[in-house]
Design a protein around this ligand. Structure first.
Ligand code: PLP
Length: 386
C-alpha cells in the first residue's frame, strides 16, 4: 500500500500485526521443521502449533482439541456444509439466510445439486432475521442451520444465542460463519450454542490463508481433506507453521484489544455522523441493528458506489463497494437487495480497524463531500479509467 494511503477496507482484509510478523519470521527461516517430524527441529514446530492452538481457543472460548486449523473462512464453510451433508444422510433440509457470504451461497447451490432442500430466510430493512420465520422453517428433516455472526457488507450481527437456542432445542446442528466477528467483538463459544464456527486469520490482523473451524466435542465429520492425518485426522496436509504462529499472536492481540477500551466504534460513529450531517441523500444501512463496531455501509442517492470508490482511491483512500469477492461486478449487492435498499448501487463500505487513526478519518471527511458534489454534478455515474 502506498505509504500515506488511508486503509478503510478492513472487512476485505487487514494488515498483518507487526507482532505477528515478528513471531512468524523464525518459522520462515531457521525453524523450518515439519510439525510431524520426530527430531528437535520438528518438535519446535509442533510446539509452536500447540501454543497457537491454545491462543486461538482462548479467543474463542473453546477447548484446543475442538479446533481444526485450515486455510480460512471459505474452507471452514465448505467443511461444515459438506461434512454435515455426509454425516447426516437421513436429514436433507438446510436453513440459511439471504445475506450470507458467497462461500455459503455456493455451498447452498452444491447442496441443491445433491438433492437437498434449502430454505433461505429473508431479513428486514435493517438486516435482522425474523426468529418466528426461522422457527417456522425448522422441520424434523432439518440437518443444519447456518448463519453469519456479522455481515461482511453492513456489519449487522445476528443474535447467535437466541438463534442457537431455537435451533438446539430441536436437536438441529448450528453452524456460524464467524469470519467477520472474531477479533471485532467478543466471541464465547461456551455461551454461543454453535456446533460449528469458522473463522479466518486475515480478518483480524493475522496472515492470509490460515484460519480454523471449531467442531464442538462429540461432533464427528469426515475430514475435509484426507492425507497424513494432521489435525487429529480432521484435515490432512502439512501444517502451515508460520501462518499458525501468526494466527496465534493475532488472536492474543485481539483478546487484549477487546478487553481494553476500543477507539474503533467511536471513530466509525464519528465518520457516520459527519457523512449524514454533511452529505445530503446518505443512508447508513443497518444502523438500527446491532453491528460490529468497525463497519459502515453507506448509500449515496443518485451516485454509484463504484464512482465514489474510484475518486477516493485517487485521493489515497481505500474503501469497498461491498464484499471484495464481488467487486468488479456492477450489480447491486445481494445483501442490500435482501434488505430492500433503494439505493443499493450507491453503497460504499467503510471498514476501520484498531490501526485507524483520527487523522485518517479526518482525511476522509476533508475530501468526501467534494467528491459527492463533483459526481452529482456529472450525473453520478462511475467513470472507469481505461
Ligand atoms: N465469510 C465471510 C462473512 C467473509 O467476509 C469472508 C471473506 O470475505 C469469508 C467467509 C471467506 O473467508 P476467507 O477469505 O478466509 O476464505
Amino acid at each position: 500500500m502506498p505509504e500515506a494511503a488511508v486503509y478503510l477496507d478492513n472487512n476485505a482484509t487487514t494488515r498483518l500485526a507487526p507482532e505477528a510478523l515478528e513471531a512468524m519470521l523464525p518459522y520462515l527461516g531457521e525453524q523450518f521443521g515439519n510439525a510431524g517430524s520426530g527430531h528437535t527441529l520438528g518438535r519446535l514446530s509442533e510446539g509452536a502449533v500447540v501454543v497457537a492452538r491454545e491462543r486461538v481457543s482462548a479467543l474463542l472460548g473453546c477447548a484446543p482439541a475442538e479446533l481444526v486449523f485450515n486455510s480460512g473462512g471459505t474452507e471452514g464453510i465448505n467443511h461444515a456444509f459438506r461434512g454435515v451433508f455426509e454425516a447426516l444422510p437421513a436429514k436433507r433440509h438446510f436453513v440459511t439466510t439471504a445475506v450470507e457470504h458467497s462461500a455459503v451461497l455456493a455451498c447452498v447451490d452444491w447442496l441443491r445439486r445433491q438433492g437437498a432442500q434449502v430454505t433461505i430466510l429473508g431479513v428486514d430493512a435493517q438486516g435482522r432475521l425474523d426468529l418466528a420465520a426461522l422457527e417456522a422453517a425448522l422441520t424434523p428433516d432439518t440437518a443444519m442451520v447456518s448463519v453469519m455472526a456479522a455481515n461482511n457488507e453492513t456489519g449487522v450481527r445476528f443474535t447467535l444465542e437466541e438463534i442457537g437456542g431455537l435451533v438446539k432445542a430441536r436437536g438441529i446442528l448450528f453452524h456460524v460463519d464467524g469470519t467477520q466477528a472474531l477479533g471485532k467483538v467478543p466471541v464465547d463459544l461456551a455461551r454461543i450454542p454453535a456446533d460449528l464456527f469458522n473463522f479466518s486469520g486475515h480478518k483480524f490482523h493475522g496472515p492470509k490463508g490460515v484460519g480454523g473451524l471449531f467442531l464442538r466435542r462429540g461432533l464427528r465429520l469426515r475430514p475435509f481433506m484426507i492425507g497424513g492425518g494432521q489435525e487429529r485426522g480432521r484435515r490432512g496436509g502439512t501444517e502451515n507453521v508460520p501462518g499458525l504462529v501468526g494466527l496465534g499472536v493475532a488472536a492474543d492481540l485481539a483478546r487484549t484489544h477487546l478487553a481494553g477500551d476500543s477507539r474503533v466504534g467511536p471513530l466509525r460513529d464519528r465518520l457516520e455522523a459527519f457523512i449524514l450531517d454533511h452529505i445530503p441523500g446518505s443512508t447508513v444501512h443497518g444502523a438500527q441493528a446491532p453491528r460490529v463496531p468497525n463497519t459502515s455501509m453507506i448509500s449515496f442517492a443518485d451516485v454509484e458506489g463504484e464512482a465514489v470508490l474510484l475518486r477516493l482511491d485517487e485521493a489515497g483512500i481505500c474503501v469497498s463497494t461491498g464484499s471484495a469477492c464481488t467487486t468488479g461486478q456492477k450489480e447491486a449487492s445481494h445483501v442490500l437487495r435482501a434488505m430492500g435498499a433503494p439505493d443499493a448501487l450507491g453503497a460504499v463500505r467503510f471498514s476501520l480497524s484498531r490501526y485507524t487513526t483520527e487523522a485518517e478519518v479526518a482525511r476522509v471527511e476533508a475530501v468526501l463531500p467534494g467528491i459527492l458534489e463533483g459526481l452529482r454534478g456529472q450525473g453520478g455515474l462511475a467513470r472507469r479509467q481505461a
